[in-house]
Design a protein around this ligand. Structure first.
Ligand code: ADP
Ligand code: NI
Length: 222
């Protein structure tokens, strides 16, 4: 894939500044630091995968710009805000449409339903986002989320549910450890690109080790 032009680099920097400003102080699961990590994961994947870096990086930066959760579940709000910003800095219409299509289709929840759009760039950014939900960062994010929701860290009497439905995933109040089995440990097999699969394997092993230690300490065995 051709290297980025200087005007493309400029658009990416302008976008980063816009997103950082907008997501400063956002809830910590989707704050600027999450975006920065997903952007970095994207660049890491692009070292080995052949995809349009311009589209991938713009999308990584804009993928959580407006959360439908705070807009009555309206999934079109993110693509709309992203598109308006990109148009304001004169990004071309094809790129804007591609970025919007990816944002609309890449969430874990959307991937449980019907797939409407597909591209190599979607694969890369979706992998980059999913990588931020596993490994050491994934563990920290899960317990942070659980604490925010006032969930127990673990309760051996509450079994985890395999293949949670879309509705159940959204409304579960189970302890945070259950989230590992319901989502985090299955993510490595959902990676699209071989490069992300390799990165995910390392991060997955880290979570397995954590769980082993966790149960050892829980039972007073270690
Ligand atoms: P995404 O950004 O992938 O759409 P979510 O908004 O569902 O993810 O979640 C944001 C972060 O919070 C992720 O790291 C996710 O693992 C974590 N999270 C979501 N639901 C739960 C849950 N029920 N228990 C613990 N962590 C959760
Ligand atoms: Ni995200």
């Amino acid at each position: 894939m051709a290297p980025k032009t200087s005007s493309q680099e400029y658009h990416i920097q302008r976008t980063a500044t816009f997103v950082e400003e907008k997501l400063k102080g956002a809830e910590s699961g989707h704050d600027w630091w999450h975006i920065l990590r997903v952007w970095n994961n994207t660049k890491l994947i692009l070292k080995e995968e052949d995809a349009d870096a311009y589209v991938c990086e713009l999308t990584a930066l804009l993928h959580d710009i407006a959360d439908s959760k705070f807009h009555g579940g309206d999934e079109s709000i993110g693509p709309k805000v992203a598109g308006e910003f990109l148009a304001s800095i004169d990004v071309d219409a094809d790129t804007i449409e591609h970025v919007q299509n990816i944002i609309l289709n890449m969430s874990f929840k959307a991937s449980l339903g019907e797939v409407h759009f597909h591209s190599k760039e979607l694969e890369v950014v979706q992998d980059a986002d999913r990588l931020d939900a596993i490994g050491a960062i994934g563990i920290a994010r899960a317990f942070n989320y659980g604490g925010f929701k006032n969930r127990e860290i673990h309760n051996p009497e509450i079994p985890f549910i395999e293949n949670l439905s879309k509705e159940a995933y959204k409304s579960t109040t189970a302890p945070t450890i259950n989230h590992f089995y319901e989502k985090l440990l299955v993510l490595k097999d959902k990676m699209n690109t071989p490069t992300a699969k390799k990165i995910a394997a390392g991060r997955h092993a880290h979570m397995e080790l954590f769980l082993q230690q966790f149960y050892g300490e829980w039972d007073g065995d270690l």
